[in-house]
Design a protein around this ligand. Structure first.
Ligand code: FES
Length: 142
């Protein structure tokens, strides 16, 4: 079951994040997104993939030694949060930022603290950092 509506304006070559692969969701149970060292503290990285005819996206935010994953869809209008590749956080790295209308979200739980969707939350995406430091997306149903 797809939990995220297709992002109609994105194509694999045009996606602003890192395109992963065309994959058959039924064949893949987990996916390595990147190595933890590729994301600086207070920064984030976006990932896109195509499944069937839809493009899906999540992003990973780092806060110290912790990594948090969210579906790349703002609760306000459902659009991707970043305007430029991997630009998901405020300048000081303290919050997640939606570039469209400036909503800000807590990194640890995706709760919106300001903006038009104040009080709503980003949808979490389950992650795991393995023993080698790879950030692994545990569920592709986003
Ligand atoms: S679409 Fe994110 S704040 Fe409006």
């Amino acid at each position: 079951m797809f939990g995220l509506a297709p992002l109609p304006t994105l194509d694999s070559e045009e996606a602003s994040g890192q395109f992963i692969a065309t994959m058959d969701r039924s064949d893949v149970s987990s996916r390595v997104l990147c190595h933890q060292e590729e994301i600086e503290d207070g920064a984030a990285k976006g990932f896109y993939w195509r499944a069937a005819s839809a493009v899906h996206s999540v992003f990973v935010v780092r806060a110290g030694a912790q990594f948090f994953g969210y579906v790349n869809a703002c609760p306000h209008l459902g659009t991707p949060l970043e305007f430029l590749p991997d630009q998901f956080t405020t300048e000081d790295g303290s919050h997640i930022l939606c570039s469209t209308h400036g909503a800000q979200f807590r990194i640890a739980d995706g709760f919106c603290v300001s903006g038009p969707c104040k009080g709503e939350r980003l949808r979490p995406a389950s992650l795991q950092v393995d023993a080698e430091g790879h950030v692994v997306l545990l569920d592709l149903a986003y």
